[in-house]
Design a protein around this ligand. Sequence first.
Ligand SMILES: [Zn+2]
Ligand SMILES: [Zn+2]
Length: 135
Amino acid sequence: MSLSSPPLIPAERELLFPACWNHPIATCSQCGSSFKRDELAADPFRGLSLLCPMCGIALTDAVRQHLMSCRMVAHVDTENLVAQTRALLETNAMVRKDAQQQRDTAQRLRAEAEAERQKRDDKLPRRSSGEPEAK
Ligand SMILES: [Zn+2]
Ligand SMILES: [Zn+2]
């Protein structure tokens, strides 16, 4: 559970009202309880909503997952907003993965360059000051 999960987009919110008002939409990973939309807490001071009323942790991810699997949402979702949302999320995930790959590549290149440099250094004639020079 990460606190950095983005809040629901308006399309997701709009679907929750007509589709998911009468059944639990999120299970708290901490206390294991399920909550309906109206039972979830909000924290206007921190600008957070969809919080577990017991633990106070954000259940945004759980709600989002419910939106993607709920049959009532599919029924109400005539404009296929959930599919659009999913595409958006997948794009985000892909962008994150790309960034990670770029970091990995950069790290690997740096490591290789470092190894090359050390190999070159090893070949250089030793002239460390600690050893007595021919005199
Ligand atoms: Zn639902
Ligand atoms: Zn909880």
